[in-house]
Design a protein around this ligand. Structure first.
Ligand SMILES: *Cc1c(COP(=O)(O)O)cnc(C)c1O
Length: 404
């Protein structure tokens, strides 16, 4: 029988307690979500600044629809690229101090398109050039998958471990056999499951020393970090020479959807010509570009980022006082490592009974033995929401019924 593996794969997922299913939300308002008629405080959203329901974003969508209608109607190189897309690209390039910016429909597509375009060396170069992607062990699935589906070798260095990275790079150089090497060193500004940050200045120095290009996926730092919310690179004062490839998304702190890559004019021209995920995909709705630009302008001026920082400090202070073991993360992503998938799910369900929505993140999304609650905080949370969360965590984690 064909495709017999499907049944076996599903059975194994169920047996290991790792079967995944979507949850349908009836409604979502601020930090509240409604599921099956019940309301929950949501601690599992990437809407870190509460921008999704900001006046700026909602009015932006409406204005954009009024101007351009519901969709873009074509891929960007055909007739899908409008003034709205152009304005967003120019605003980003200017704010990030990069030559140019290219929009993608998702971060997943941007990472895949980038890897495939950078490592599809023409046949004529096969004997003289070789490509390498060296990525942090905890790099997002979209980049790892892009790397694996491109014409290159993928190596991973231990998380944030510069010494291990140096050894890998030395090994790559030693194996060059006279070939020219194109090395992309990939990391994240803020790691999605851990909330910790990459030592970007150190990585920039290492990549310069090894003639590699540093690529930063700043999905979780963009909008949140830096003086004007322009992300991890703004925070660390890293320019286009230090970090030739910057990728970030709009679906998290910006409150819309989509993504971009920023870099030199040459890189952006190259991607415009060779990134298949850009060329063969309908451009994002113009209204989405209008709303995204409105969000960026609002974020750059607002105090939402200070509110978020306040909530992060408040959560850590309350949790520490209750003896809850936290990780060193200082960002909106605050994981609590539980260690087994069963207990993690059990605690997550216990919290749910108390009206607290905290998702259980299990292997294979995170390494085995590090199954965790992934708490995400937002400027949309009130102090009393955070008090309720810590009270709930204290009760459930200390209760034998939940495997304490
Ligand atoms: C969310 C995320 C992506 C994917 O972005 P989408 O726009 O949601 O497809 C890529 N990289 C990282 C680190 C992310 O967290």
């Amino acid at each position: 029988m064909a495709f017999e593996f499907i049944q076996a794969a599903l059975a194994e997922r169920r047996k290991d307690n790792l079967f995944r299913q979507v949850t349908t939300l009836d409604s979502a308002l601020g930090a509240l979500i409604e599921v099956d008629g019940q309301y929950y405080l949501n601690f599992s959203s990437n809407d870190y600044l509460g921008m999704r329901q900001s006046t700026a974003v909602m009015q932006g969508w409406i204005d954009g629809i009024g101007q351009f209608g519901g969709g873009s109607g074509a891929s960007p190189l055909v007739t899908g690229h409008t003034l709205a897309h152009q304005a967003l690209q120019e605003h980003l390039a200017h704010s990030l101090n990069r030559d140019a910016v290219l929009l993608f429909n998702s971060g997943f597509a941007a990472n895949q398109g980038l890897c495939q375009a950078l490592f599809q060396s023409p046949i004529s170069q096969k004997n003289t050039h070789e490509g390498h992607i060296v990525a942090d062990k905890l790099m997002h699935a979209s980049l790892l998958d892009g790397a694996m589906s491109s014409d290159t070798t993928l190596r991973r260095f231990s998380h944030n471990d510069s010494a291990h990275l140096q050894r890998l790079l030395a090994k790559i150089h030693a194996g060059a056999e006279g070939k020219t090497q194109d090395i992309l060193l990939a990391t994240e500004g803020v790691f999605s499951m851990d909330g910790d940050e990459a030592p970007l200045q150190e990585l920039a120095a290492i990549s310069a020393q090894h003639n590699a290009w540093l690529m930063v996926d700043d999905a979780h730092g963009f909008g949140v970090l830096g003086e004007t919310g322009m992300g991890a690179l703004e925070q660390h004062g890293l320019n286009q020479q230090h970090v030739p490839v910057l990728m970030a998304t709009f679906g998290k702190a910006i409150g819309t959807a989509g993504a971009f890559i920023a870099g030199s004019q040459e890189l952006i021209d190259y991607l415009t010509n060779f990134a298949k995920h850009y060329i063969y995909s309908t451009a994002m709705p113009p209204a989405q570009a209008v709303a995204t630009l409105a969000s960026l302008q609002a974020i750059q001026q607002s105090d939402q980022r200070a509110l978020l920082q306040d909530n992060i400090s408040y959560f850590r202070q309350l949790a520490n006082a209750e003896g809850i073991v936290l990780t060193p993360s200082m960002t909106a992503i605050q994981p609590i490592i539980i260690g087994s998938p069963e207990r993690t799910v059990c605690i997550s369900q216990g919290l749910r009974k108390m009206g607290l929505w905290v998702s259980a993140i299990r292997t294979p999304t995170v390494p085995k033995g590090t199954d965790r609650l992934r708490i995400t905080l937002s400027a949309a949370h009130h102090k009393k929401d955070i008090q309720a969360l810590v009270d709930g965590l204290t009760l459930v984690m200390g209760d034998d019924a939940y495997g304490a």
